[in-house]
Ligand binder design. Sequence first.
Ligand code: NAD
Length: 488
Amino acid sequence: MTVTVAEESIETRLFINGEFVESENAKTFDLISPKTQEVVARVHEASEQDTNRAVAAAKAAQPAWAALSPDQRGKYFKTLATLIREHDKEFATLEALSMGHPISSYFHGAACAKIFEHYSEAGYGVQGTSSVNTPGFVNLTFRQPYGVVAAIIPWNVPLLFFGKKLAPALIVGNTVILKSSEKAPLTSALLAKLIQEAGFPPGVINVITGFGNVSGSVLSYHMDVRALSFTGSTRTGRLIQEASAKSNLKAISLELGGKSPAIIFEDADLDAAAAATQFSIQTTSGQTCMANSRIYVQDTVADRFIELFKTKFAAVNIGDPTLPETNHGPLADKMQYDNVMKYLEIGKKDGKIILGDEPYSSPDGKGYFISPTIFIETPEDSRIMKEEVFGPVVIINVFKTEEEALAKANDTEYGLYASVFTKNIDRALKFAKGLEAGTVGVNCTSPLTGQDTPFGGYKGSGIGREGLPNYSLDFFLETKSVLLKLDL
Ligand code: NAD
């Protein structure tokens, strides 16, 4: 049975100062379903003036919000988490309609609720230090909010990023403007409705949507935004860093793209390695920052591994993301599809395609679908080996020695995630140490991440770390030294 949402019930306005408002110039953009290629909703696009109003609302609301105790702030989080869980199916359906994520594997709502629940109790843990090491002084440090902060998120897992950025920012007393992605704005707008229902004071959370140009750029250059947490492409990350440098040197956290390698040694459990690596590149139809899009397999087991991998990758259930049996939906939009198609042409020219040369065609002939695709024997300097494809496309190349595998894995400007499959503990630790990535999986791979380990990128994959216990909180806090000169 296909799930639908009545168009008139979909919220598409901006949430500024506690109210839903149309864009000031009445400008909207069409959100197109990647499955039907029809208009899902006409979404209000934030103008420069709308974005400035959101920042002004956050600025006005911040002193009173910061003056609350952590448990007073946390009370709103608990109510919000409950509401998110109650609307999980609606979130899943909206994401399936807007960016094609299959409802069968939708987890974003539950993850977001869990994050708000966690941080609802985290505020009192934020503390400074004291020292009596200087004669005649008691010295202190205070951890204090920046004031107004911004979050800019991508479309692939929107509610997860909504929670990961807003919960730590808010619990320590910042107020926030979140800009959702123009490709997946509907779940953030529904979440704004729940924020209103949970009773957050007006202006504490403002949710706008629109394109990088205008609203994303206005936030990045805004003089009243003191910190900006961004998740998205490396290209946009560079622009945001430049905007920070050219405006007020706002603190920035950048979670960017990846070209993650997985290395399979001959002593690995090949079946388990094939299952884990194919899930990594197939989940969300390959549109995951940390997907292992490059696999290096030892020559002695290459044929067996490739066969195992191919069998699993070919077995996906591709189709309508609103159907419960589907586990492989379309790509997010035409731009994403065209981009992947371009890389497929490069791959066919430079390497050898062994799965995916027959394009998937949906029963109605519509939709931005890409079948699981495998290339082998691809030169290391091919663009498809170097650039982020962001689709269900993997390259499997062969290596002979440890040195060769490590050198090839690290020969990239990205460094988000890397993995190694081996039963040899010395080799596992040698690779854990040598791989240039923010996360290394040993006998496991992405999207697995640690609950209480930091997440972020080496090299062009980002700046900063997010996560528990304090990585995300630290980003949203200034540290002040207070020197008390006393007659002791
Ligand atoms: P994107 O960079 O195109 O867009 C991300 C967000 O930035 C959107 O909200 C967009 O409107 C906004 N934006 C675009 N131009 C801007 C500008 N000039 N100034 C300010 N904001 C601007 O990325 P995307 O296509 O939405 O997402 C896919 C990318 O995100 C991939 O590269 C993926 O690897 C990366 N990603 C990284 C992580 C991570 O945790 N490291 C997680 C998910 C996605």
